[in-house]
Design a protein around this ligand. Structure first.
Ligand code: UD1
Ligand code: UDP
Length: 372
């Protein structure tokens, strides 16, 4: 009998983590895999452009207004998912991805409708309860039946929370599956020429965590940091490239700091970049400065120095085995580390275990065991 699997995605990093599922599913005729997009991220540059790049299209969309509060947004997503499941596609398993609000909404629906739930990228813990994502992770894992994890730290976290060992599957990192699968398209991106920047002469910056971008103080710190890097390293670092997340752009505008930001001559502010462009920018940058979760992993895999402006990370393997360091938002400390990265000791990237491009395949091997 064919088994229906519904993958729930809603945000940019979710889309990037599921690019190989439909491809691998072609080898498994007993599985009918459908993707539903919750519309949490809706702007073309945060959503449609990714699906187009990956030649992947959601089978279903939950249609929700764009200006909702978080609670109303989650409620609409849950109502939409329930309707879909009751009328169009009844799954034998729901897979939710990562740690965003759509992940929790999908988990609650699975729980209330008594549908088995698998969590992709399960077990990550920052232990920072001021992050909305930490509750999304913990609550999702409380409701999940199957746990797909990216590293041994996540296995340990789940064991510590008394999750059954036979339900934890250390499959590796599907975000790295995507990075490996699209090497050719990434290398072919013309973004360096388009932005008129030179390899290893720029810093790539992305920031979108509420703790960094939701207050005028945080936004002014970002401006000060960029100016300080420019002042201290103008001979080595010609540009700072800042593909700006909509939350961050909206806040710069809301607090009337947008013009001040754009007045910095060495700064290249762009819309969020396509996946291929952004990976090319990572590959050729001197350093990444970020607060993104996924970017910590991608830079680690590629061995690109990464400064993460957060007090903690749910991805500690990027500190032990990767090229990531955590720094508080302190201009002087950050500049000191930039100096260190400009003159690095050469080292080869070490790839964390099972970050090898085959994680989605491992997930299907597990699905055969649990569903057929
Ligand atoms: C969300 C996730 C975060 C993840 C990030 C990935 C939660 C709690 N947060 O944060 O974990 O790292 O996505 O990028 O789920 N907006 C647009 N267009 C879009 C999307 C958002 O303009 O396509 C604007 C809207 O004003 C929105 C704001 O950005 O209110 C924040 O969007 P939201 O999805 O709530 O959170 P993110 O900051 O994107
Ligand atoms: N990314 C992208 N274009 C950009 C910025 C990021 O394609 O302009 C990719 C990045 O390479 C990674 C993912 O988006 O694969 C990370 O998403 P984000 O930082 O929004 O979310 P997080 O990982 O912090 O949840």
């Amino acid at each position: 009998m064919q088994k229906n699997i519904l993958i729930v995605v809603g945000t940019r990093p979710n889309f990037i983590k599921i690019t190989q599922f439909k491809k691998v599913a072609r080898n498994y005729p007993n599985f009918n895999v459908k993707i539903v997009h919750t519309s949490q991220h809706y702007s073309d540059e945060m959503s449609k452009n990714f699906f187009e790049s990956f030649d992947l299209y959601p089978d279903y969309f939950i249609s929700i207004p764009t200006n909702l509060t978080v609670v109303a947004q989650m409620a609409e997503i849950m109502k939409g998912l329930e309707h879909l499941i009751n009328t169009a596609f009844h799954p034998h398993l729901i897979i939710v991805v990562g740690d965003v609000n759509s992940t929790l909404a999908g988990s609650l629906v699975a729980n209330k409708l008594n549908i088995p739930l698998a969590h992709l990228e399960s077990g990550l813990r920052s232990f920072d309860y001021t992050m909305p994502e930490e509750y999304n992770r913990i609550l999702t894992d409380k409701m999940a039946h199957y746990f797909f994890v990216t590293g041994s730290d996540a296995v340990n976290n789940l064991k510590y929370e008394s999750v059954r060992k036979d339900r934890i599957f250390f499959v590796g990192n599907t975000m790295i599956d995507t990075l490996i699968a699209y090497q050719y398209q990434i290398d072919s991106s013309p973004i360096l020429e388009e932005l008129k920047i030179t390899a290893k002469k720029y810093i790539l910056l992305t920031l979108h965590r509420p703790a960094n971008v939701d207050t005028p103080n945080g936004l002014n710190q970002i401006i000060d940091l960029i100016q300080s890097i420019h002042k201290n390293y103008s001979d080595t670092i010609k540009n700072i490239v800042f593909p700006i997340h909509p939350r961050t752009e909206n806040n710069f505008k809301k607090y009337q700091l947008w013009d001040k930001l754009n007045a910095i001559s060495s700064l290249v502010v762009t819309k969020p970049q396509s996946y291929f462009n952004f990976q090319k920018l990572i590959k050729h940058t001197l350093i990444v400065i970020t607060d993104s979760g996924g970017v910590q992993e991608e830079t680690s895999y590629l061995g690109i120095p990464c400064i993460t402006l957060r007090s903690c990370t749910e991805r500690p393997v990027t500190l032990w085995q990767g090229s990531n360091i955590l720094l508080a938002f302190n201009e002087n400390t950050i500049c000191k580390y930039i100096h260190f990265f400009i003159h690095p000791a050469t080292s080869q990237p070490q790839h964390p275990d099972k970050w090898d491009g085959k994680s989605t395949e491992r997930i299907f091997e597990v699905l055969v065991k649990i569903l057929l």
